[in-house]
Design a protein around this ligand. Structure first.
Ligand code: ADP
Length: 241
């Protein structure tokens, strides 16, 4: 049930005090799980997502294996206690099944899967706390976890959502903005290659708004990309020193 729409922009500021072009506060931690081959925890505002990567490893069931490349499998899940309102049912929802596919397809172009024929790379994305942008935080976390697992990639994949709230193009929507805004456009890219690997649009943007939103998303992606690299460097360079 949607309650009446709150005012989302007051005196040029958003409900959480940000300007339209601001990201929420971001924290990225690498290698947070001992038993996974690679892992990362990404916090962006109130959204908190954990990604774990296993592989390259033997494919079970065997009939899924490909002779020329590794298969990449992904499961996105929201923990029951992750949502603001009612507890989410632990059974997989249609949304979770769809987002698992969306996240996998956003990451696949970066992974050099031809280097691991007959193998599987498994990615688990667990939403610990949901406050908008869980698919994009999941992609950002999963690509760091893939790097942490030592999986060769063309580039990291970095994602963020842009959208329109109260007629204003804004970066990195929170849950309320996502729920009551006019448009929400999650985007993922390989930043140094300048290649977009995912773009979705829920709502309506004019061609001009679309261009402005895309440019804003790419700026945000560049900032998050620096934080991903910094987090990886922090783990690996400090270990080497
Ligand atoms: P994304 O998390 O990628 O923005 P959506 O646009 O589907 O994906 O969801 C927006 C936000 O709505 C989520 O981040 C989460 O905060 C909230 N949400 C989504 N699904 C549920 C659910 N089943 N129960 C409660 N809140 C949800």
């Amino acid at each position: 049930m949607k309650l009446s729409k709150p005012q989302l922009i007051v005196n040029g500021k958003r409900i959480d005090g940000r300007g339209p072009q601001d990201l929420r506060q971001i924290k990225i931690e690498v290698g947070v799980l001992k038993n996974a081959d690679g892992s990362a925890l990404v916090e962006i505002g109130g959204t908190k997502v954990l990604a774990a990567v296993y592989g390259p490893r033997e494919v079970v069931p065997r009939h899924q294996e490909q002779v020329d490349r590794a298969i990449i499998r992904c499961r996105y899940r929201m923990l029951s206690f992750s949502t603001l309102g009612e507890r989410k049912s632990p059974a997989p929802t249609r949304r979770e099944i769809e987002l698992s596919k969306v996240i996998r397809e956003a990451l696949e172009p970066a992974v050099l899967s031809m280097q691991f024929p007959r193998a599987a790379i498994d990615i688990f994305v667990e939403v610990i706390n949901a406050d908008g942008g869980t698919r994009t935080a999941g992609i950002t976390a999963a690509s760091v976890a893939l790097a942490d697992a030592g999986i060769p990639m063309l580039d990291l994949v970095t994602a963020v959502a842009v959208g329109k709230v109260d007629g204003v193009i804004v970066l990195d929507l929170n849950e309320i903005e996502d729920m009551y805004g006019e448009a929400d456009m999650p985007i993922a890219a390989m930043p140094s290659l300048k290649r977009i690997t995912m773009i979705q649009l829920n709502g309506v943007l004019t061609p001009d708004e679309f261009k402005k939103a895309l440019a804003l998303a790419l700026e945000g992606i560049d900032k998050i990309y620096q934080l991903q690299k910094e987090a990886l460097r922090k783990k690996y360079v400090e270990i080497e020193e």
